[in-house]
Design a protein around this ligand. Structure first.
Ligand code: PMP
Length: 281
């Protein structure tokens, strides 16, 4: 297996980063997970745009043109002969003696590697349980930073209650999952939190909103309180890794069961078709 390290693609055993990397000291970095279907990256431009947007919001300058990074990711895909899988790509602000204060002289450090595909079919078919719990994250959840403590604690809590994912709420608003976005369906209408500073605007979320609108399904991007979860006809979570995964049970601070409904199924099928047309050009 190979790893992307800055300008090179090297065997795993030769991949080294400094213990002084600000990623270790402060979680000072950003990342993306990009899916490969049938030998092609899906939504590569959207992921790269979000990566560069995250960098800009954190006052980091990525030392490559987008096209150069895209070319490196394609080289990597070809080197590793990935037909179906995912690539994780991360920039930290770089290395320096530990100091909260960054200087803008640091050189960002790029690493990237393949992630194996997890089997998703059973949960996409049957649905999953999710654990509803407070959102303790900071106020810039729109930035895809590697600093994910609020997310990892929530995921652990969900798993401790036999749930596949945590669904987070802040004050009166359900925000998103610990590593996914959440949608509800009521009356043939989709409901999801607006893309502001309180959620990560998922690429999958954006694809689904546009697919739904094309199918004539109304989409309401407004905050709703957690009590609404108990009355949803359908619910599903979305991400690059889990695509559209139905929710059949809410546990934790909301308790409810629901069935996997027709709108979720229609959207799953439409997303699969969309991915197929986009990646089999
Ligand atoms: N929200 C959070 C907090 C996430 O970590 C993720 C996945 N990285 C998502 C939403 C979904 O984003 P995407 O569809 O771009 O994978």
């Amino acid at each position: 297996n190979h790893i992307i390290v800055n300008d090179s693609i090297v065997p795993e055993t030769e991949a080294h980063v400094s213990y002084n990397d600000r990623g270790y000291h402060f979680g000072d970095g950003i990342y993306e997970v990009i899916r490969i279907y049938e030998g092609s990256y899906f939504a590569l431009d959207a992921h790269l745009d979000r990566l560069y947007a995250s960098a800009e919001k954190l006052d980091m300058r990525i030392p490559y043109q987008k096209e150069t990074l895209a070319a490196r990711l394609n080289d990597y895909k070809n080197t590793e002969k990935i037909e179906n899988g995912s690539v994780y790509v991360q920039f930290t602000r770089g290395a320096g003696a530990r100091n909260h204060l960054y200087t803008r002289e640091e050189t960002p450090v790029l690493t990237g590697f393949a992630l194996p595909d997890k089997p998703m079919q059973a949960s996409q078919e049957k649905g999953v349980s999710v654990y509803v719990t407070p959102d303790i994250r900071w106020l810039r959840c729109d930035i895809k930073t590697i600093n994910l403590l609020g997310n990892v604690l929530a995921k652990r809590k969900a798993s401790d209650h036999d749930c596949a994912e945590a669904v987070l709420y802040r004050d009166e608003a359900v925000t998103e999952g610990s590593s996914s976005n959440l949608f509800l369906v009521n009356n043939e209408t989709l409901y999801t939190h607006p893309a502001n500073n309180l959620i990560l605007n998922g690429i999958t979320r954006q694809e689904i909103i546009s697919i739904a609108k094309n199918m004539g399904i109304d989409v309401v991007e407004e905050p709703f309180p957690k009590e609404v979860l108990a009355h949803a006809e359908e619910a599903f979570i979305t991400s690059t890794s889990i695509e559209i995964t139905p929710v059949h049970t809410f546990k934790g601070d909301v308790v409810a069961t629901l069935s996997v409904g027709p709108v979720t199924r229609k959207l799953q099928q439409a997303l699969a078709e969309h991915i197929h047309t986009q990646t089999s050009a």
